[in-house]
Design a protein around this ligand. Sequence first.
Ligand SMILES: *Cc1c(COP(=O)(O)O)cnc(C)c1O
Ligand code: SF4
Length: 463
Amino acid sequence: MLDRQSATDSISHREFRSDEFWREIPEWKDVSREDFGSHLWQAKNSIRKLAQVKEVLGARVDDSFIEDIGAAFRIAPMNVRITPYVFSLIDWDNPTDDPLRKQFLPIASQMLPDHPYYLADSLYEDVDSPVPMLTHRYPDKVLFLPLTTCPVYCSYCTRSRIIGGSTESVEKDTYGPNPKNWEAAFEYLRKTPQIEDVVISGGDAYNLPTKYIQLIGETLLEIPHIKRLRYATKGIAVLPQKILTDDAWVNALTTVHKKGRALGKQVVIHTHFSSPREITEWSQKAMERLFSEGVTVRNQAVLQDGVNNDPEIMIRMTKQISYMNIQPYYVYIHDMVPGCEHLRTTVGEGIEIEKHVRGTTAGFNVPTFVCDAPAGGGKRHVASAEYYDQENGISVWQAPEVKPNELFLYFDPIHRLNPDAQTRWQDATARRELVRSAVNQVNPDLSDEQRDKIGQRLEGIVK
Ligand SMILES: *Cc1c(COP(=O)(O)O)cnc(C)c1O
Ligand code: SF4
């Protein structure tokens, strides 16, 4: 036997938590397994307000922690919405360091100022949008956003500009599902024959009522050139009970899946587990149902500080979701959006963790680590930057078949750089010089126009 690290050889990822963990929460100590297992009970008892956090936890956390959460409510760009399932998986004996608490319930004392070059629409989804609710960036695939609500709200959401309703600090045009508003998107798809692939996201497809799962699926399957549909939902990770108890919804999905199959088209689900701590026997059972129906499920995770930026955790999650027949697809370097600077990691860390994960399991179950290049460069392999100034945290990317002749810049979080580099970033002239120098490393012969394009984009977002 080769001498390998324990995470690689361990078989503990085959064990799924099956205890009645919610009974540790004072308010839910008498909730039966049957109630807890109902998606309706989960939705009804979701946590949305500070008062509820306090009420449900009783004496389990002290007042200063509740105040810390309250202070985050006032500045965070995302509202709070947490299913009892996720809420009770949080380790309330140590909530400060808990990876689930970090994702869904920010505390002000951990938050950091946004990077000077962050952007509310960092990925240019609105810029690359030919008609409302549709982003068409890549030649043959599109992103469709038929609604902007979700069963939980992630405090790091890349679409915090529109998702989950206005907060104390951000006004948003959040919208629910309404077929009338989708016609322009459907029409664009009908008349654009190069599109083969539609990501139905949002928001979250879990919040699409049964009839709309079917309406969207069938409308898209009828378009001859569309061959692949993906329903994107974090639901399997945060509310697996719906797959087990909302038969009408699951049947709508499997009906679309079967129709697709009959037409020679793929209908799959993309989900979003970020931590092995989110995985229990409920997740496994939900996946058993979907797998037995023949529905492929893939996973997209975000690399986050204190959540999963550790090779052992990432290996464990990769192996555990693979064991449930979910295919690990992507791990994203964190987007440069507001309110989540404390959760971002560096491109360098992504490269290192990828090295550890690769080789631990089947190659097709090794997720691709990508950086979704700000300003609409699209997803790029994490180690494929044209240039990476690791000391100053600046990477320069190209996307020859997405946006030829453009350069894209990603910036590591400043607090992760060495003290000298942090000082350079405090100075507006110095940081402009750093960016200019990085861009020149890749292409010293940029035209003034190209230079202006990059410069304006960054200066336009300097606060
Ligand atoms: C992520 C994304 C897609 C799908 O890309 P894949 O790499 O195929 O998963 C399509 N359109 C947009 C705008 C996206 O951001
Ligand atoms: S589920 Fe997706 S769209 Fe909804 S808040 Fe989380 S990251 Fe944003």
